[in-house]
Ligand binder design. Structure first.
Ligand code: BGC
Length: 268
């Protein structure tokens, strides 16, 4: 790939003040994109991401918005357009877990996860698509009119007991992404998903922070290591760049083989 494949392409990364979103924001900025670091709580963490990007010579600004709220999403886009003029890349990253045994799961836990993980992706993608359609292709920066990257999960295909709200949201993201890709492709808008497996971030600390938990987790990962947020950042740069121009409607699993049914490697 050329040195600054995303130069001149403003990007919005939701939930970019921690974990995977933070690594993706930094990777896109390092590839030349001016980046909006969206957050909903912990403004200090968002400011740290912005400062880090700026001190490495990149362009970034933080904007607060709850992605599940239409008014807040629309006002975030207005602020982004005032500062950067337009959007070329949306990374629909904001997501969370509220785990519970199915019979204990409250309606609030169900609705909260669906609101952030699925409705949030709908609202942010709709505003981005409206702007892509209005502007069309800007051939000096990209051969596509816009790129949407949905942060999904291995749990768009792996059922997950104790996490039915989360798994349902990611299954929903899969068909949201594919249906959008089908609808928007004639307008030269690409829509794809990144599907991380176990990545070392705050969302799954309990799965890797003790030796016992880590050993257990590694039995699910044929490649023998937990992923780093930068593994996702690098893939995001490629999927947002013209290097992947013919890739549309695809789920890219970045999981060290977690989706390869490792339980079947010795029997079955
Ligand atoms: C979840 C993590 C989990 C990973 C693999 C992710 O989508 O957010 O908590 O470790 O999937 O199961």
């Amino acid at each position: 790939m050329e040195p600054n494949p995303l130069k001149g392409q403003p990007a919005l990364v939701t939930g970019a003040n921690s974990g995977i979103g933070c690594a993706v924001a930094k990777a896109l900025a390092a590839a030349g994109a001016p980046v909006v670091v969206n957050y909903v709580v912990d403004p200090a963490a968002a400011d740290r991401v912005v400062d880090e990007i700026r001190s490495s010579g990149g362009q970034a600004m933080a904007i607060q918005a709850d992605v599940g709220r239409e008014d807040q999403v629309q006002s975030m886009y207005r602020k982004m357009f005032e500062a950067y003029g337009t959007i070329h890349i949306l990374v629909n990253n904001a997501g969370l877990q509220r785990d519970a045994a199915f019979v204990e799961m409250t309606l609030h836990d169900w609705e909260f996860v669906l609101s952030v993980n699925l409705t949030g992706q709908f609202l942010c993608a709709r505003e981005a698509a409206r702007e892509f359609l209005r502007r069309g292709v800007a051939p000096e920066v990209s051969c596509a009119a816009g790129k949407i990257l949905c942060m999904s999960s291995v749990h768009e295909v792996i059922p997950w007991a104790g996490h039915v709200n989360y798994a349902a949201s990611k299954g929903g993201v899969m068909l949201l992404m594919k249906s959008l890709a089908q609808e928007l492709a004639p307008h030269r808008i690409r829509v794809n998903s990144l599907c991380p497996g176990a990545i070392r971030t705050p969302i799954n600390v309990s799965a890797w922070s003790t030796p016992e938990a880590l050993a257990n987790l590694l039995t699910l990962i044929p490649y023998g290591r937990v992923g780093d947020p930068e593994d996702i950042g690098r893939a995001a740069v490629w999927l947002a760049s013209d290097a992947s121009d013919y890739v549309n409607g695809t789920s890219l699993f970045i999981d060290g083989g977690m989706t390869l049914f490792p339980g079947f490697s010795t029997n079955g």
